[in-house]
Ligand binder design. Structure first.
Ligand SMILES: *[C@@H]1O[C@H](CO)[C@@H](O)[C@H](O)[C@H]1NC(C)=O
Ligand SMILES: *[C@@H]1O[C@H](CO)[C@@H](O)[C@H](O)[C@H]1NC(C)=O
Length: 392
């Protein structure tokens, strides 16, 4: 609640001497089809049918991202960063991972924000992940592996999620599923976690958190994409509080995989190098990087962002959401300042597919980094941020 109230005040606080100089965004892709195909094994009930390949951006995902793009350009014009919707190529840089869903998200954003004036860049070899967005283990020492496993285990030990597990057992009728008959997975309470940490792979945790993650993700994408409510988790999940209960398992799954101290730093290294270059020397007014929730999780962990909650959302890294680094110039004091927000559509805005405008904006939640203390306007000195970047 504080964040909501606070961000409204901050957005309206028209401090005359502050000018927006630069915006750097790290975005997650928009709505996609579910990632895992063997959902049928987890429930005998009829699952919704999806058009297109697994993990691809949906039509509604494209529309949502066009709305986000259009809103962001309206906001930047309102702050006088741009004079019109068609900036020069050398004022903007948009860079995407090689996945269909990220490229299409970047294209849709650009379409909404800048019409056809801006090109989306990405690595031409789309058969593999761009290293910048690839959250894989790179440190090959045993010391590192031992350290990381103990950090992940500590997080796992602290997790207790009876409510989402109980709800999922019930909603899926897991006792009556093929995984119960064939693999004895009859209740999420009875499955063990295993940490999977291999060189050049994403870190993972098998077991109930992983199962809960991909089931709830499939429910949520169906809800976001506008499937009839009786097809979304068979009509069992509609309220934000119910989503919040189920998504507590999703948040925990990502937290264990991507948000431990030493591991996040290793996973995010190429992205951090890339972004550090932009922060320190980038001369364009607007940068957009389009990747994945793993990138946002690992980056916020490696940069020591304080824990945050996002009002009107149950995801920690919402679909279409963006970390927004804003560089401001204070004319009176002749100094540069940083403000960081999470900009994202609410659960309801996504479900309703509403147009986002300055009058009906997506959500802004103020974020804070350790060692970059915020003033009453939510700003911290850019020079403190530079110190943090150099020390990372
Ligand atoms: C690998 O991890 C160990 C243990 O944390 C650390 O001392 C070492 O510097 C790391 N190596 C690289 C290349 O990051
Ligand atoms: C189990 O699934 C079958 C359909 O495969 C259904 O007819 C039956 O009612 C289900 N039983 C329970 C207890 O859910």
């Amino acid at each position: 609640m504080f964040v909501k109230w606070c961000s409204i005040v901050l957005l309206c606080a028209c401090v005359d001497s502050l000018k927006l100089k630069q915006v750097i965004m790290l975005s997650r892709h928009s709505i996609r089809t579910p990632l895992v195909l063997n959902l049928e094994d987890y429930s005998e009930k009829k699952w919704p049918v999806w058009e297109g390949e697994s993990g691809y951006l949906t039509k509604k995902g494209r529309q949502l991202e066009r709305f986000m793009g259009r809103y962001v350009s309206e906001w930047m014009m309102n702050e006088n960063l741009f004079q019109n919707k068609c900036p020069d190529e050398d004022e903007v840089h948009v860079y995407s991972n090689t996945k269909q869903r990220t490229i299409e998200t970047a294209e849709a954003f650009v379409d909404g924000a800048f019409e056809d004036c801006v090109t989306v860049h990405y690595n031409r070899d789309t058969t593999k992940m761009d290293p910048i967005f690839n959250s894989i283990v790179r440190n090959d020492t045993q010391e590192f592996k031992d350290l990381v496993i103990s950090e992940m285990q500590k997080k796992l030990d602290a997790i207790s999620l009876p409510r989402p597990y109980r709800e999922l057992d019930r909603i899926l009728e897991l006792k009556n599923s093929s995984v119960c008959r064939k693999e004895n997975v009859c209740s999420l309470f009875k499955v063990k976690h295993d940490i999977v940490l291999n060189l050049n792979e994403e870190p993972d945790v098998s077991g109930p958190l992983k199962i809960a993650n991909f089931i709830v993700d499939a429910f949520l994408m169906a809800y976001y994409d506008g499937k009839p409510i009786h097809e979304v988790a068979w009509g069992e999940v509609t309220l934000l509080t119910e989503w919040d209960t189920l998504l507590s398992a999703v948040r925990a799954y990502h937290d264990v995989r991507f948000k431990t101290k030493h591991l996040s730093r290793d996973l995010v290294n190429p992205l951090l190098e890339h972004m550090r270059d932009i922060f320190l020397t980038g001369d364009k007014k607007f940068y957009l990087l389009v990747g994945h929730d793993a990138n946002i999780n690992a980056l916020t962990s490696a940069m020591n962002f304080m824990d945050y909650t996002l009002h009107d959302q149950a995801e920690k890294t919402p679909i279409s959401g963006k970390l927004v680094f804003q560089k401001w110039y204070d004319e009176h004091k002749d100094r540069e300042l940083l403000r960081v927000y999470y900009l994202y559509p609410s659960l309801q805005q996504i479900r309703d597919g509403v147009q986002l405008t300055l009058d009906n904006p997506p959500q802004w939640a103020l974020l804070e980094m350790e060692n970059c203390k915020l003033d009453v306007l939510g700003l911290c000195p850019w020079e403190d941020f530079v110190k943090i970047l150099k020390a990372l």
